[in-house]
Design a protein around this ligand. Sequence first.
Ligand SMILES: Nc1ncnc2c1ncn2[C@@H]1O[C@H](COP(=O)(O)OP(=O)(O)O)[C@@H](O)[C@H]1O
Ligand SMILES: [Mg+2]
Length: 486
Amino acid sequence: MKYLDDLLGKQESLAWCGDLHVPVSGIEFDSRKIRKNNCYVSIRGFLKDGFAYVSEAIGNGAGAVVSVHPPPQNHHQVTWVQVKNDRRALSAIANRFFDDPSRQLQAIGVTGTNGKTTTTGLIQALLNSEAKTAAIGTLGMNFPGFDQGTKLTTPEAPELFAFMAKAVKADCVNLVMEVSSVALSLGRVDDVSFAQAVFTSFSGDHLDFHQTLENYFDAKLSLFKRLGSEHWAIINCDDASGAPIIRELNCRYLTFGFSEQADIRPLKYAFSLDGVKAVLQTPRGKIDIQSRLLGRFNLLNILAAVGSALVKGVAVEKISTALAAFAPVKGRVNIAHAGDFVVVVDYAHTDDALENLLKSFREITRGRLILVFGAGGSRDKTKRPRMAQVAGRYADWVVVTSDNPRQEDPQAIIADIVSGFAAGFTSFNTESDRRTAIEKALDMAAKGDVVLIAGKGHEDYQIFRERTVHFDDFEVVREKMGASHA
Ligand SMILES: Nc1ncnc2c1ncn2[C@@H]1O[C@H](COP(=O)(O)OP(=O)(O)O)[C@@H](O)[C@H]1O
Ligand SMILES: [Mg+2]
C-alpha cells in the first residue's frame, strides 16, 4: 500500500490539513472515476476548475484532495494538500505511485510537427526485433500482446504512468512515445526520464494553443534541453529548426536528412507507388533498405528510426529486415485502392504535411494528381489559406471539402480555404459533403492518376456542431469502387 506522504514532493506542497499518512489506492483528476481511498487531484482545466467537483470526489470515496486552492474553512472530511502547481503535482504524484516507471525502461521521446506517429511506429518495430518495446501515441498504448486506445496523443499522467508500469511488469525494455508540444507545455511528461529524443520536423501548427511560433518551438526544445551526457538526440538536419536544437544540446547526437553532412543519409534512393528502396550511409556503414512506406518524407521518418535503433545497438541486418516487414501506419499514406488509378488516404492536416505529401506524389504520379481535403473547425485558422496555396501549387485538381467542422459552419471554413488560392486559379470545386466530394474525385480519375484524400487518415468519425457521425475515408472509397466495378 502507498501512502500520501510518500507520494508528495516536499517542495510541491504549500500547506495541508489532516493526516498525510493516509493510504492511497489510485490517483484521479476526474471526480467521476474516483474509487475508495483514491487521491483526487483537482486540476484547473481550460473549461472547468476541478475544485467544483471536490465534494463529488469525496462522496465517491476520495481519501485525499490535492489542489491549488486552500482547504475551505471548517474542512475536516479528508486530508487536503494545497500545491503550487496542480498539473505538476498530478504528474509527480502519479509517477511516484507507479514507482517512477520510465526509469525502469529506456524511454525515447519523438517530437515534431509531423511524422511523430509514423516514426514512433517505425522505432518500435526496429527495437522490437531485439527487445520488447512499448509505444504510446496517437494510435494508443501498446506492447507485444497488449493494446489499449487513448484519447490524447500524450495521455495525462495517471494513464501514462499506469501504462508504463504495466509495460515494466510485462518485461518491456524500451518505451517509445510521441510527445506533443501541448503535452510538453502542460508538463505532462515532466516526470518521464528520456534516454533519447527524436526531432522529426517543425512548422506552424497548434498556434491556437501556443499563440506564437517561439512558444511552440520552446515547448519542443524543452524535450531536448533536459537530456544529459549519457543520452542521445536524433535530429533532422534538413529542417531549419534542427541547428537551433543542436546548439542547446548537452547530450550526444546523430543527424539525419538528405543533406551531405547528415550522419544518416540516403546515398541512392528510388520512390515508387510500391514504396522506397535506398542505400543509407550511416556511422555503422552502408545499409540497404526497402520499405512499403510511400513518399519522400517517409524516407526521413525511416532515417530517424534507423538512427534511433543504431544508437540502441540494434544489428544492421535486423534493421533491414524489420523495415521491410513494416506495414504503413493506419491512415498515414495508405493505398485505399489500386487499379487503373491509385487512391491514397492520408492524415496530412497542416500546410507543411500537405506540401510534403503533394510533392512526394508529384514525383511518382504519371497522370494527374487529384486532391480532396478540408480543414478542421475550431482550430488554428491561419493554416487554411496556406493549405490552399500548396494545394493549388502541386495538384492538378482540388476538391475542397469538410474535415471535422466542429463548432464552425462548414461553408465558412471552405471559404477560408478558397481565399488562399492564387488569383486566377480555377482548377478546383467545393463540396461540403465529404462523401460526395470523394465520390466526385473518384469519378474524375483516369488511368495513371492518383487521388489523394487528405486530413482524416485513420479517423472513423466526423465531428459537427450538433453531433459526431461515423465517417471513414477508406470505407467511402471501398463502397464507391466496389459499386463502379459491379
Ligand atoms: N517527416 C515528415 N515530415 C513532414 N510531413 C510528414 C512527415 N511524416 C509524415 N508526414 C505527414 O504528416 C502526416 C501525419 O503523420 P504522423 O506520422 O501521423 O505524424 P504526427 O503524429 O506528428 O501527426 C502524415 O500523414 C504525412 O502526410
Ligand atoms: Mg501523432
